[in-house]
Design a protein around this ligand. Structure first.
Ligand code: FNR
Length: 413
């Protein structure tokens, strides 16, 4: 109701309610390089389009006279009740949308009842983000490093910091082909920014690195050096402020590039992860039903159906199209979550009705950050929750649990 009365008072909210306008305004509020990085996708962006098209082919079939006056939006995940059925997705290098963005978004999520998933490539150390999100559910997203010692250290730190689950992102063993970024020639710029977690381990704890792969020498451009220097200067009271010289920072970026990913990852590696942590482990980026079945067979705790927002494989299946197959393959052995293309409350209804236990929100909250920082993220979450609540009510569903395949009508092919 507050949303409507604010309109009557003649105040124009800084964060547009309509998804398309949110995107336009959010992109316009960012610098060109950030705009390309956040808004862009892989190749010709056909998978980004497929993500939206998949939602357009699924329709809600509202039911009448079911007394849905009171709605329960909460869901349970890994023994914890979440007030809302969505979490903020892990987004790396978030500072480019808003200074201090990781902390602002974590606080906003906690305040509004949404979970928060902290990215491995955050601009603040995971410990600081966990603190900012402490009032709500917080998970840690892992990019599996080429060095076991670093993976182990990240997981130990995540547990100690109070994260409740680990999300292992499988679809980004290498960065996708992203023409907008390539044309902007700014990847080196990015690399320097999302390394807060890596800095703490590789510089200050000096985990073994150089000897492990002699001759590994990634080119470091002036953009990366400048952005690391800027990050270190800007770090508000952070642990690294003033502690790293520029040459050390360059060394840190070089280490990061060599360390962050593990392209030769295989199913045989999963037991190692299980030995490293007692937290529930979710695999993010699963689209094929056979991968889903295998994940369940080897005892993973959850899946996130996702194509990384169309940023990795151009031409990959729309994520929502892949969801029913994964849900069917897994049965009720573990929860299946979903992201890639969620732009409104009705989208959440569709994904949940197709079997997702909860969803993750990506780009829209970055636009909120760009427009109005923490308050902007809170507005985006509130808009989404309100539309979700209203849609459930109008569709005759008193709770998330009441959603199912019979909530939907699908166009015959
Ligand atoms: C991402 N995503 C991502 N995923 C992840 O596991 N770790 C990360 O660091 C990032 N970084 C990242 C940066 C940016 C700018 C974007 C847009 C996305 C993917 C993210 O978690 C999620 O899967 C997608 O954002 C979902 O797609 P939509 O809804 O944003 O289109």
């Amino acid at each position: 109701a507050g949303i409507f009365t604010a309109g009557f008072a003649g105040r124009r909210p800084p964060v547009p309610v309509a998804a398309e306008r949110l995107e336009l305004a959010g992109l316009a509020a960012m610098r060109p390089r950030a705009r390309a990085y956040v808004g862009g996708g892989a190749g010709m962006e056909r998978t980004m389009a497929a993500n939206r098209a998949a939602f357009d082919r699924v329709h809600i079939l509202p039911r009448m006279l079911r007394n849905a006056a009171r709605r329960d939006l909460s869901v349970e995940l890994f023994g914890r009740r979440h007030a809302l059925p969505f979490l903020l997705a892990p987004i790396g290098v978030l500072d480019m949308a808003h200074r201090g963005a990781d902390l602002a978004a974590a606080r906003a999520a906690a305040a509004e009842g949404a979970g928060f998933v902290a990215s491995s490539q955050s601009c603040f150390p995971m410990e600081a983000i966990a603190q900012a999100a402490a009032a709500g559910p917080r998970w840690f997203q892992l990019y599996w490093s080429s060095r076991d010692a670093l993976t182990e250290s990240f997981l130990r730190r995540a547990e100690a910091a109070g994260y409740e689950a680990v999300v292992v992102t499988l679809d980004t063993t290498q960065l996708g082909w992203r023409p907008q970024d390539l044309d902007g020639a700014y990847l080196p710029f990015l690399r320097g920014r999302g390394i807060a977690n890596y800095l703490s381990d590789t510089v200050f704890r000096d985990l073994p690195f150089e000897d492990a792969n002699p001759g590994e020498r990634a080119p470091i451009g002036p953009g990366a050096v400048a952005s690391v220097a800027e990050m270190l200067r800007a770090w508000p009271g952070g642990p690294l402020r003033g502690l790293l010289s520029l040459p050390e920072a360059v060394r840190a970026v070089r280490r990061f590039i060599a360390l962050y990913s593990r392209p030769d990852l295989s199913w045989e590696d999963l037991p190692f992860l299980r030995r490293c942590t007692r937290l529930p482990i979710l695999l993010k980026g699963v689209l094929h039903p056979e991968d889903a079945a295998r994940a369940a067979a080897v005892g993973m705790d959850g899946l996130i159906v996702s194509n990384h927002g169309g940023r990795q494989v151009d031409g990959a299946v729309g994520a929502l199209d892949a969801l029913p197959g994964v849900v069917a393959a897994v049965g009720n052995r573990m929860p299946v979550l979903f992201d890639s293309g969620i732009r409104g409350g009705a989208d959440i209804v569709k994904a949940l009705a197709l079997g997702a236990r909860a969803v993750l929100l990506g780009r829209p909250y970055v636009y909120g950050l760009a427009l109005d920082g923490e308050a902007g993220v809170r507005a985006v979450i509130r808009h989404l929750a309100a539309e979700l609540d209203l849609t459930l009510g109008l569709a005759g569903c008193p709770s998330i649990a009441a959603l199912g395949p019979d909530t939907l009508w699908r166009e015959p092919f």
